[in-house]
Design a binder for this molecule. Structure first.
Ligand code: NAP
Length: 208
């Protein structure tokens, strides 16, 4: 599959490594330009290409958005229209600035990203695990005991597609409901940074 990654830091860079090792074609982008990602593309030996944000977003059949939430409105919406988009983002007011609607719990960061991206089919996942655990834990899993990854979103097909990718990199996707239910996987929630197995995650989530 062709995967574009917009935001290639701790999480985006880790996903670039995992997805390319799983055999996908990956194009990465950050805010400073493709030349600043040479270290990563050299490490991955030409299996990952760096491009502009616009190019990475157009390239992907699935696009990962992994930027600090406070910068989400800088991400171009047009090239992601109609596409499955993975949102790894979390809202940290001390980093991102205050959003009253989030501070008051009236909506979620994913719903605000969805509003900005319009026609994209957003799926929130990979946001609850520290990036270095994400790098290691998939390959440490056994068929009997995999770490779980909550998956929330309003588009059933997009969730199915993202769930298949999660399985390919060694985690167990666990349906966490619609995008509004994504609040159950936000910072401060019992799932956040908890590193639960798939079974434990199912138990904690109960019915969406
Ligand atoms: N760190 C974790 O363990 C972790 C775990 C789960 C979820 N998250 C969440 O995932 C998101 C990314 O976290 P991170 O730790 O990977 O952040 P990070 O290491 O700071 O990387 C952020 C990336 O976003 C890029 N970026 C910023 N503004 C951009 C823009 N307008 N267009 C394109 N790229 C842009 C940055 O590019 P430049 O460097 O060129 O500016 C950088 O590549 C955050 O919402 C974070 O809360 C983090």
């Amino acid at each position: 599959m062709r995967i574009g990654i917009v935001g290639t830091g701790h999480v985006g860079g880790t996903l670039a490594r995992l997805f390319s090792k799983a055999g996908h074609e990956v194009v990465v982008a950050n805010s400073r330009g493709p030349e600043t990602l040479r270290g990563l593309t050299e490490e991955l030996d030409g299996r990952v290409r760096a491009a502009t944000v616009e190019e990475a977003a157009r390239f992907g059949e699935v696009v990962v958005v992994s930027v600090p939430f406070g910068r989400h409105t800088e991400v171009p919406a047009d090239p992601m229209s109609g596409k499955t988009v993975i949102d790894t983002g979390n809202y940290y007011p001390e980093r991102d600035g205050h959003y009253p609607e989030l501070d008051e719990g009236r909506t979620t960061s994913s719903e605000l990203l969805q509003r900005h991206l319009g026609g994209a089919r957003l799926v929130k996942t990979f946001n609850t695990m520290r990036w270095d655990h994400l790098r290691e834990y998939g390959r440490q899993s056994s068929a009997m005991q995999r770490y779980g990854m909550p998956v929330s979103g309003d588009d059933v097909d997009a969730k199915r597609r993202v769930s298949a990718l999660i399985e390919q990199v060694g985690f167990e996707p666990v349906d966490a409901g619609g995008l509004a239910d994504g609040r159950r996987q936000q910072p401060g929630s019992p799932l956040y940074l908890a590193d639960l197995t798939g079974g434990e995650l199912h138990e904690r989530l109960g019915a969406p």
